[in-house]
Design a protein. Structure first.
Length: 478
């Protein structure tokens, strides 16, 4: 975590600069030191640092003044205050001024390193979020709100770009929640019709007569209550696009009239005798197999082949989990803005958790989960507590994907492997801090420590340093 981290130490006492520099250099940090706030500001204005350690009591420009000036240069830069006069008042004042944390001298090496790891992790997280936001600005506008860098989604984007300029009817297929309407809108946006209406038809929510009245319009007196003529959605969408959501829900009698519109580009209003001509691009969507519906006599075969010229298939989210971080960032921005919560950050272990879930409700379900987390968040950090149990809870078999072969498995060795994997995952989620990892596993720290030793994890995750008091101490590191 701290290897190659860039750290600036600002302290007017040479001995403190040497102690901190030695400690952090041993951890692989790239350390620079300075004795004054003025010099620190000059350095930060030219060099990028992951974190700055600032002594509170310094001549000329004190720690609070230095802190405030540093935050003006880089509002996201974590600044940790260090003082031998650590009081509650000083701590509150420093935090209110924007300090990331507060350390009192004399300090233990373990505390300094833990706070530094948290600060560096926060810095990297904020930087990555900014990078993703910038990339989203470049990428996502091309296909409205469709987000994806996975090969399957790149194929979808390519097909949309190729098919959009044509007049051909397009069928968008995919499970519920995969974003079929967004794809339809992207087709419309990338066509020459983008300056004309995009009209959506909810195919299954209306009885046949009312659906046809909505689609084709009616003349005065066509039926009881028709006190005047009314344009239908086909006329309203003339020169633009009309999108049928779940085309499989349209009754057979309406399917015949829709087929005529596709073939002849004309129709008659209900109760009318005059032909109305339209130039409307037809886009349809389905989450069922229309070919099966044709076999079952529920969908017209001739209409099926008219719709089946170009098919764009949207993959389920479980098949493109590499897109989850970008989707999450997109929804954080969207709902953060709606709820007036800026600079929201999601913890890496939450992203890993989201990537492990299969998302039966696809992107729509993920969007709902993130919206809920944003609304309930009391700080700018999205943690696992804000994710619903339906997403976080897993059965052991799902978590480790264990299969029992014919010859059987060694029970004790398998249990050891599962326990070892749980320990490693908890340490990763806790940033290498054993106490926090024990809390995540709901066991005592001493029990975790013993298990780490038993499974040989200690050698790669624990080091020994000398504290400022001269005592040898163990601390966890990722």
């Amino acid at each position: 975590m701290l290897k190659n981290a860039t750290v600036l130490i600002v302290d007017d006492e040479e001995i403190m600069r040497e102690i901190l520099s030695s400690l952090l250099t041993q951890e692989g940090c790239q350390v620079q030191v300075t004795a004054s706030g003025e010099d620190a500001l000059q350095l930060v204005s030219t060099v990028s640092f992951d974190v700055v350690l600032v002594d509170l009591m310094m001549p000329s420009m004190d720690g609070i003044q230095t802190l405030k000036s540093l935050k003006k240069l880089d509002k996201d830069l974590p600044v940790i205050m260090i003082t031998a006069f650590g009081t509650v008042t000083n701590a509150v004042k420093a935090v209110k001024s924007g300090a990331f944390d507060f350390i009192e001298k004399p300090f233990k090496n373990e505390l300094v390193l833990t706070v530094l790891r948290n600060a560096v992790s926060h810095r990297h997280l904020v930087t990555e979020n900014k990078r993703l936001r910038q990339k989203l600005k470049v990428d996502s506008h091309q296909f409205n709100e469709i987000i994806g860098l996975s090969p399957s989604m790149q194929g979808v984007f390519k097909l949309i770009t190729q098919a959009a300029p044509s007049r051909t009817t397009i069928l968008v297929s995919g499970e519920s929640g995969t974003g079929k309407e967004l794809a339809a809108r992207a087709i419309h946006t990338h066509s020459s019709r983008s300056n004309h209406p995009f009209v959506t038809v909810n195919s299954g929510s209306l009885p046949p007569d009312l659906l046809e009245s909505n689609l084709f319009g009616h003349v005065k007196g066509a039926f009881t209550g028709a006190v005047g003529a009314k344009k239908g959605l086909f006329e309203i969408s003339n020169q633009g696009s009309i999108f049928f959501d779940e085309i499989g829900n349209i009754p057979l009698e309406t399917q015949a009239k829709l087929l005529r519109v596709i073939q002849e580009r004309e129709f008659m209003r209900l109760g009318g005798v005059e032909t109305v001509k339209v130039d409307t691009r037809i886009i349809v969507a389905t989450n069922v197999d229309l070919k099966v519906m044709v076999k079952d006599g529920l969908f017209r075969e001739d209409l099926y082949y008219r719709l089946h010229v170009i098919t764009i298939e949207l993959p389920p989210l479980r098949e493109r989990k590499e897109d989850i971080p970008r989707l999450v960032e997109h929804f954080l921005q969207k709902y953060g803005k709606e709820n007036k919560k800026s600079d929201l950050v999601i913890l890496p272990n939450v992203i890993r958790l989201l990537e492990q879930y299969n998302w039966p409700g696809n992107v729509r379900e993920l969007e709902n989960v993130i919206e809920r987390a944003v609304v309930l968040a009391s700080s700018n950090t999205i943690n696992t507590e804000l994710i619903p149990d339906s997403v976080t809870s897993k059965k052991p078999a799902q978590l480790f994907d264990i299969e029992i072969p014919e010859e059987g498995i060694p029970f004790k060795n398998t249990i050891r492997e599962i326990e070892s994997m749980l320990i490693v995952r908890s340490l990763e989620a806790a940033g290498g801090i054993q106490k926090r990892a024990a809390e995540l596993l709901q066991i005592k720290p001493t029990t975790l420590h013993e298990m780490i030793k038993r499974y040989g994890i200690t050698s790669s995750r624990t080091r020994t340093v000398v504290s400022s008091s001269g005592d040898s101490e163990d601390f966890s590191t990722k």
